[in-house]
Each structure stands twice: as C-alpha cells, then as structure tokens.
Design a protein around this ligand. Structure first.
Ligand code: ARG
Length: 570
C-alpha cells in the first residue's frame, strides 16, 4: 500500500522536530490529521503542543519555529504550499492545488492481494442442517466486506466459512432421520425436513430418556468413523451447502475455504493432552476444565465426562491448525456479541499455551425488525432468502415509479442491485457494536445515508461522463483562477479516501467507509448543483470533469469494498 498522505507529512516533520529538540522527538511521533474544515487548511498537527509540553516551551512559539524550519523563508517541501500556526499551537498545512490534484489521481489504488501478509477471516459460519436466517446476515456481510477491505490494502486474505458441522446435534439428527423421515419432504426441501426432524427430536426426547441415549450412541459411531453414519452426515453437509451457496451467490459472497468444525476433530485429543500436560486443564467433577486467574473469565470446559469435546476445544484445535498452515498476521472472527466470552476464553488459553498469533474477535449486535414490519407476516424466523426477495420486490416498485421508461429487464437488474445493496449498506453503515432495527423505509430511502442514494449519485456521474464523451483521464492543470470553494471542499474530501479505508480496516468498522462515502456524495451534489460542468469551457471543463470522474471512481471502489454494486444508469 502506498504511504498515507498523513504519514508522508509526519515523515517530513520528524527530522524538523529533531533539529529543534536534539534529544529526539520528545512528545513522541508527530500526528498529522486531515482538518475538519478545509478552509483552515488541508491537514493539521498538534505536534508543537505535545512537544512544547515535553520541552516546557510556549506552544505558539514552538509552532512558529517548526514552520520556519520546515519551510525556510516560506519555501515548503512538496506537496506542501504553506503552513501556519493556529489556535493554542496547532499547525495547519495547505497542499499546492496541483499536488492535490495529482494525489487525487492516485487516491484509488488497489492491492492485488497475492503477496502481502496473510489475514484469515472466519465469517458466516452457519450451523448446518438449518436454513440461514437473519442472524447470519451480519456475519456474512461484515466478513465479506472486511475481506474486500484487507485485500484492497494488499493483504493476502483467506476467507473461511467455519461451518458448524460437528457436535451432539448430529447424533440427534441421525436418530430422528432413521425414525421419522418423510422422504417426499426431504426430496422437496431437504433442509426444511432436517429442521423438522431436529425439532421433533427435541420434543420427543423430553418424554423418553431412551432417545437421548440412542442419539449419544449414534454420535459416538459417527465420531468413530462408522461408514453409514458418516455417509448420512456427509449428505446433510452437502445438502446444506447447496442451499447456502444459493444465498452466497445471490449476495456475491465467496470463500476461499469452507472447513467445518469436523475438519479439526482429529486434533482435539492432542489439544486436550497438551492442556493437561502443561497443567492448564484439570479434572473437575469428571470433566476437564481450564481455570483462569482472571476473575472476569469463567472456567472453560474442554472435555465432558463422557469424553465429548466442546465448542472451545474445537476452536482451539482450529486455531492451532490455522497457525500451522498459514502463520497468518492475524485471524479475524466475525460473530455476534453473545460469543464474546467464548472467544475471550479461547484466546486466553491459546496465549497460556504460548501459541503465537494474533486472534481478533470482531463482534456485532443483533438485527431486529420493526414491529409489524416483517416478522408478523412471514413467521417468527426470518429466512435470508425471503428477506432478499422482499428487498428486491420493494426496490422494484421504487425503480418502476422513479424511472418507468427503463426496459423491463433493466428494471429487474436495477432492482436487484439496489435491493441487495440497500440491505448490505443498512447493516454495514451502522456502528457494528449496536443492535440495529431493520426498517424498510430507511433501508430503501433514496435520500439518506443509504446505498440507493450513493448508487444514484454514481449513476448521475456516469451519465454526465457519457454526455461529456468521458473527459480527461490524467490530472489536468488547475485553472488559473484556482479551485473555487465548493471544489476545494470536494477535493479535500476526495483526498481522504485512502485514510477512510485504512481506518475502517484498522478498527474493523466498514461504517467509517460508508460515512465517508456519504460525506463525499453530499459534497459532490453541492458541487454538481453549484457549478456548470458540461457547459464550462476549456481548462475549467477538464478540471471539473476530472473531479467528477474521480468522485465516481471513489464511490464505485468504496461501495465495492462494502460488497455493493454500482449501476451505470438507474
Ligand atoms: N457456527 C457458529 C454459530 O453459528 C459460529 C462459528 C464462528 N466461528 C468460530 N470459529 N467459532 O454460532
């Protein structure tokens, strides 16, 4: 990845600060940020203030001293045009307009994601033999977006769908399957039938203890490799995946590997052995448990008294395997926040075992529905396929209303991209830590911070560029009278795209990217309404078309990082 502009300016400041305080930069590495208001300048640092504190000097005076050392006699190094002291000791920097334009040309630059350090992302990861529901949406969408973002930044990203395909439920399912299967229903809709069988088992087993025992026997057989049980289990896995793939294809989400918990089964005994030998796990009421010094962490069960392993054991085995296979720079787990304690335990145990690596849990809140908005009509569980159908249907109505002249096929295509985009954006644009309430009117609105709004701005730019015959590819020269206020604001925002992507990645918060895209689009709309573009002349026309083209590029690239398509017309 290219160096961020803020880092470049920080690098210019470091030697300057060293000359002022030869002991080194006393206040630590200088921090440069974009200003909130472009009228103050493009970038800003508080370095003089932190230094002044460390040196016991006056911050305003120190700021003046830094400015003089950085740009003796007002001649500043590229890409800076000027710097001035402000307020209690800030330094505001301005870029030369031409340098800003050139930086803009390189603001969108994608890594190819083949050579960088490895990041493994564990997302979606549904439990098989059940249909995917709304709860899986967030992990799938958020994980996919993080994958795109890190890949963009040049990491080699491995997306793994860590299926819940192992555990006690399969003993139950096999038992129920043998007793009660409705073959017709299974042929018709296998997952629905498996769900029915599972629910029936839970109900019946309450009445007869024998059933549970039977299920335990079947589970043991499955785990010991009994061919018949293995074959049944494999069938459940395959049928589930077939079903999930339909949804993934629709969402435009893909994985590099799809290993379930079962993949790690053979490692689990080794992990338990290591835990015991290192004295970390001990017997407690017949089970094996890891106790922690930290009171905030509950003891973690790793093996039950009947020998069965648990969710934590499987995640430890999985973590060990991933470390061995990929030596990743980090492993990111995307699940809802109810799993926070689980991952705290697993990560702590891995650290106690001395395993290297950097596991990170990225938790999110639940998605709820507005009362009467969806759930009542479609039953209690909201299946993903139905949600997506509904989104497309509603988007179609809107498109049909807004643009009746479009052909039928195009209307459908637009409705698909808008409907899916709206659902994804609604999820990704919110602070992931909060619970979110799904509200169709907000999701599909064309004038808030929504995907349809951004897609619409993009389509408007595409249409403008078509009319212009596309406009200049390379940065033109800045018109002699210099950029106008509204143009400066737009440029200032465009320069911040790499920063927004970087910050979104660092905090695992794609909403920093969506917020950015929304601000950019608003600045663009202002610019678009305030200035003639196609009717402008000569250099000015080229300059404005260039701003349009680059804004379009940023919106397209940014939406793509969120897994959202753009349309050339809508
Ligand atoms: N299958 C789990 C669930 O549906 C999520 C798995 C997340 N990944 C992991 N390595 N534990 O809740």
């Amino acid at each position: 990845m290219k160096k961020l502009l803020t880092t470049r300016i920080e690098d210019l400041l470091i030697p300057v600060l060293k000359t002022i305080s030869p002991g080194g930069a006393e206040g630590g590495r200088p921090q440069v940020q974009f200003t909130r208001d472009h009228r103050l300048g493009d970038l800003q640092t508080n370095a003089a203030m932190t230094q002044a504190k460390a040196l016991g000097k006056n911050p305003r005076e120190l700021a003046a001293q830094i400015i003089e050392a950085l740009g003796p006699g007002g001649r500043f190094p590229a890409p800076l045009e000027s710097a001035e002291a402000a307020g209690p000791g800030f330094i505001n920097f301005r870029l030369t307009p031409q340098a800003a334009l050139e930086l803009l040309a390189g603001a969108v630059e994608e890594g190819d994601g083949r050579e960088g350090p490895v990041i493994l992302i564990d997302y979606s990861s549904p439990n098989i033999a059940k249909r995917m529901h709304i709860g899986h949406l967030r992990s799938t969408i958020l994980g996919d977006s993080l994958k795109r973002i890190f890949r963009y930044l040049g990491f080699r990203v491995i997306g793994d769908n860590h299926l819940g395909d192992w555990g006690t439920q399969f003993g139950k399912l096999i038992t129920a399957y043998r007793l009660w299967l409705d073959e017709g229903a299974y042929r018709e809709n296998p997952i629905e039938e498996l769900e029915r069988l599972y629910v029936k088992f839970e109900k019946e087993s309450g009445k007869s203890e024998g059933l549970l025992e039977e299920a335990r026997r079947e589970l043991k057989k499955l785990q010991d490799g009994d061919p018949e049980n293995r074959a049944l289990w494999k069938q459940y896995v395959d049928l589930s995946l077939e079903e999930y793939d339909k949804i993934y294809r629709r969402l435009g989400v893909s994985f590099d590997t799809c290993r379930g918990e079962s993949y790690y089964h053979d490692r689990m005994s080794g992990v338990v052995k290591e835990l015991t030998e290192k004295g970390l796990a001990r017997q407690s009421e017949g089970a094996l448990v890891v106790f922690f010094d930290d009171e905030k962490l509950h003891p973690c069960l790793v093996q039950k008294n009947d020998g069965a392993y648990l969710y934590a054991t499987s995640d430890l085995a999985c973590l060990q395997s991933r470390e061995e296979e990929y030596a990743p720079e980090r492993i990111i787990y995307v699940t809802d926040d109810r799993q926070i304690p689980h991952f705290q335990q697993v990560f702590r145990i891995a650290a106690l075992l001395g395993w290297k690596g950097r596991p990170v849990h990225v938790p999110f809140g639940v998605m709820k529905f507005m009362e009467g908005h969806f759930s009542s009509r479609l039953g209690n569980v909201i299946y993903l396929s139905r949600l997506l159908d509904e989104a497309e249907k509603r988007a179609y109505q809107i498109v049909d209303e807004k643009n009746p002249a479009l052909g039928e096929d195009e209307k459908k295509e637009v409705a698909r991209a808008v409907g899916l985009g709206a659902v994804k954006y609604f999820d990704l644009s919110q602070n992931r830590s909060s619970d979110i309430i799904f509200d169709w009117d907000k999701v599909l609105s064309f004038d808030g911070n929504t995907a349809p709004y951004l897609q619409y701005v993009y389509a408007r730019i595409a249409s403008l560029l078509r009319k212009a015959g596309d406009g200049p590819e390379n940065p033109p020269t800045v018109p002699p009278e210099g950029p106008e206020e509204g143009e400066k604001k737009l440029i200032h925002l465009m320069l911040q795209f790499p920063q927004a992507v970087f910050q979104g990645a660092e905090s695992y918060r794609p909403n920093l990217i969506s917020d950015y895209l929304f601000d950019l689009s608003q600045a663009f709309n202002y610019f678009y309404n305030a200035f003639p573009i196609l009717k402008a002349l000569g250099e000015q026309r080229d300059f404005r078309l260039f701003l349009c083209r680059q804004t379009g590029r940023i919106i397209k690239t940014g939406l793509n990082l969120l897994g959202i398509e753009t349309l050339e017309r809508m």
